[in-house]
Ligand binder design. Sequence first.
Ligand code: GAR
Length: 202
Amino acid sequence: MRVVVFISGRGSNLQALLEHQKNYTVCHVISNRARANGLSIAKSYAVPSTVIPWRDTAQAEAKALALLKVLNPDLIVLAGFMRVLSASFVANFPFKIINIHPSLLPLYPGLNTHQRALNDHQTKHGATVHYVDQHLDRGHSISQSHINITAQDTAETLAARLLSKEHTLLTTTVNKIACGEIYWQDNQLFYNNQLITQPIVW
Ligand code: GAR
């Protein structure tokens, strides 16, 4: 399976994807920021990359779409990509775009997820991999990882502790999609040929 990864910055999830390529190959990286650290990571793995500035969404999406038509990936992974894709763009790739989000969706779509979990005195936090649809962080959830929140936690400690869980969650999920263990059929999610009504927990 050929995977294109969209990034905006640090690229630690991209690095995890590159390190754990088993059933898939990262064939291209797209970044909306020329100075994204993830671009150096792609280069160190000899994976081609393209920078598409996202100042004008319609223009950026037209460029991305043209590139994706050539690359023809089986899956698009948003790994720390901090731009919202339009409904018309997403409609080109139904159930072919997934995103990793640092919260237990449907809780805390959008930004500042760690601080919002703390503000609400949550005892559990986590990350979600979900299909991308036209609604921000609202597409069908595939898998989740959980962590406990302690009294000492800050947004920074939560983010740091969650990040290594994110890496395992994302690489496991992509490998299982790539080998056909996870699939979407007849408007439903399947894992090992079983209908899944709750996110898979890793
Ligand atoms: C990750 O924590 C990812 O879950 C989050 O950005 C970070 C990117 O880190 N994504 C979002 O908030 C998307 N809404 P990385 O660049 O090191 O992978």
